[in-house]
Design a protein around this ligand. Sequence first.
Ligand code: MG
Length: 261
Amino acid sequence: MKRLLAFPLLAVLAIPVFGQGVGYTNTPQIRGQKWKVHDKDRPNPPTVTPGATFSNGAPAPSDAIVLFNGKDLSRWKSGNGDAKWKVENGYFEVAPKTGDIRTRDEFGDVQLHLEFATPSKVEGDSQGRGNSGVFFHDQFEIQVLDSHKNKTYADGQAGGLYGQWPPLVNAIRPPGEWNTYDIVFEAPQFDADGKLAKPAYVTAFLNGVCVHNRKELNGPTNHQATNPYKAYSGKGGIRLQDHGNPTRFRNIWTRAIGTYN
Ligand code: MG
């Protein structure tokens, strides 16, 4: 009889804990931090109401690569084929279960402007509500989520460096409204032996509010896991996540980060 009872108890321990905090207790320690990955006890960031517009609708500078001009997904791909997400009215929308889409272009250090809207019809909760994400080099996710009055773990909030750093503040707009991301991603560098010479850093503004100030990533971002860097070229595409929610995107452009003379 006791053996039979053990199984339901284990099942309960393996799922996120809902209550005072939302998150996990059984995940690994984040390297260099006192918190566990998706720690249910990590305080959520304070909420900030952003100003009215900031870079909403920002026209691309003259040296930018325009990745989406409101018309087509020609600069994006899905797996080995064309991107299948829905394009309409100047934006595109995740077509759930068609998979992530990735830029055909590759970037090193890069400035990214992007706008997104979480679904106006609120469905699901925690990480199941308006979840998508912006991945640099297929490895480093800055979270897209409907974090508006939605309890979830701190390092999974919109603006979070997923599983590593919560945003400094929660500056998301309500469901259905357009948010702006202005991000500087510095790629990691590796020496000739493949050892990490410089980690990746992220500086990010969500709706004009600083959510990361050149924050160091300790490796690729992961769900319930923490993994070290693996040497690669330091170049890669930008990938948007199909997490099953019809999140919208528009006005996407990048610039290379120049060097000082
Ligand atoms: Mg995500």
